[in-house]
Write a protein that binds this ligand. Structure first.
Ligand SMILES: *Cc1c(COP(=O)(O)O)cnc(C)c1O
Length: 428
């Protein structure tokens, strides 16, 4: 069934570390051979052996309207013949910046980069430059990309592989990153009390998605907002996952909280390498060439990446029914999964907000990383494989969120629920 993938994986390991260019793709946590993808269209991916999958990763988020979305493909095709990169400004960069500003009212200025990692790394540098303070607070299990300062209790791939201390990150850098449990406002207050006037920023996933999906508890983000205002620290929302997915204005709009700086990635590039960070003018003006906080990129604002992102964002802005359509599908899937999970007798929790969803096999509510880590993740791994062989492609780790796309049909969702029923009957 996976013969070509198996031999490609063998071959890949001869020239690429672990055979992959990003760790979670290696299936190390769930075991087995990663499937090599040949092509994708709409809700489906096809592997090198010709197996077809209903896709719930959607490139880890970007393909919110499905793969090879026709308007994006056409826009890239039209643009590519005009040159692939100039290293000089283009009108299209203004257009996408203006479009994002019209979707996210508290962004006055926005800078394009090439990945979510770069966006978060640059936002933290800016927060430090702006406040003149060194320390940041992040939450256990939140992932903000692989910059040094974030590789402390970092969720996602780091959690999947059980990495505690990341070699290569110096103690000096790690010590400037303070951590506490997600949803624990009192712990944040204690960090502020013990580090008076030292904290440049809190960075947070407003809906956590890198320890499975964990929505914020009632009042938690509001509490962070007022603490930051009171203490002169910046609140950075890492909306790399939630941005342009939970609403056209992202989690800020959906949860009605204004951050000081916002980071984007994933959906913003429609599958091309794009990230961005933005915020209020008086903060963003500290970035070079206006200010002294240096940040740059040879390929930033790349025309192919910009036209892909612009085309997708424009559709999401003008056709806001898209969000309700995706959410109805997510609700439908959730309800169906609840039925088959109830019938299975396994203890479980489903966390869900908008088009983000995840299952933990646990008797406890999953509100932070400790709870996510204490779930029966070996059972999830069996579930993953039982679903994969039925043509359902889930994220290959219990610490990752399922992404629902608008390309999914109700028939696809029914197939998924039926597969889950069979899978649950097969696993232990
Ligand atoms: C994926 C992700 C990142 C990192 O983005 P890359 O494009 O992989 O560098 C940062 N923050 C969050 C919340 C993410 O989900």
């Amino acid at each position: 069934m996976y013969q070509s993938s198996k031999s490609l994986f063998e071959r890949a390991q001869q020239s690429i570390p672990g055979g992959v260019n990003s760790p979670v793709r290696a299936f190390k946590s769930v075991g087995g051979t990663p499937v090599f993808i040949k092509s994708a269209k709409g809700a489906y991916m096809v592997d090198e052996d010709g197996n077809q999958y209903i896709d719930y990763i959607n490139s880890w988020g970007p393909m919110v309207l499905g793969h090879a979305y026709e308007p994006v493909v056409k826009a890239i095709q039209a643009k590519v013949a005009l040159g692939t990169s100039f290293g000089a400004p283009t009108e299209l960069e203004i257009e996408i910046a203006e479009l994002i500003k019209s979707m996210v009212p508290n962004v006055d200025l926005i800078r394009m980069v090439n990945s979510g990692t770069e966006a978060c790394m640059s936002a933290v540098r800016l927060a430090r430059g702006y406040t003149g303070r060194n320390k940041i607070i992040k939450f256990e299990g939140c992932y903000h990309g692989h910059a040094d300062c974030f590789l402390v209790k970092a969720g996602s791939g780091v959690a999947t592989f059980g990495i505690q201390h990341v070699p290569g990150v110096t103690a000096a850098v790690a010590n400037d990153t303070l951590t506490c449990a997600y949803n624990d406002l009192n712990a944040v207050k204690a960090l502020f009390a013990n580090n008076k006037e030292e904290i440049a920023a809190i960075i947070i996933e407003p809906v956590a998605g890198n320890m499975g999906c964990i929505p914020p508890a009632e009042g938690f983000l509001e509490g962070l907002r007022s603490l930051c205002t009171e203490m002169g620290s910046l609140l950075i929302f890492d909306e790399v996952m939630t941005g342009f997915r939970l609403a056209k204005g992202g989690a800020q709009e959906r949860l009605k909280i204004d951050a000081d700086l916002v980071c984007y990635g994933k959906v913003i590039g429609a599958g091309m390498p794009v990230g961005a960070f933005g915020g209020r003018k008086e903060i963003m003006e500290h970035i070079a060439p206006l200010g002294n906080v240096y940040q740059a990129g040879t390929l930033s604002g790349n025309p192919l990446a910009m036209i892909a992102g612009y085309t997708l964002l424009h559709e999401l802005k003008t056709n806001t029914d898209r969000f309700s359509s995706i959410e109805k599908k997510a609700d439908y899937l959730k309800d169906g999964l609840i039925k088959v999970l109830d019938a299975s007798g396994f203890p479980y929790r489903i966390n869900h907000l908008g088009s983000m969803l995840s299952i933990h096999f646990s008797e406890n509510d999953i509100t932070d990383f400790e709870a996510a880590a204490s779930a029966n993740n070996a059972r999830f791994n069996q579930f993953f494989h039982a679903m994969l062989k039925r043509g359902i492609y889930l994220p290959p780790s219990a610490f990752e969120t399922w992404f629902i796309s608008d390309a999914l049909s109700y028939e696809d969702l029914d197939k998924t629920i039926e597969a889950a029923k069979e899978a649950l009957a097969e696993i232990e």
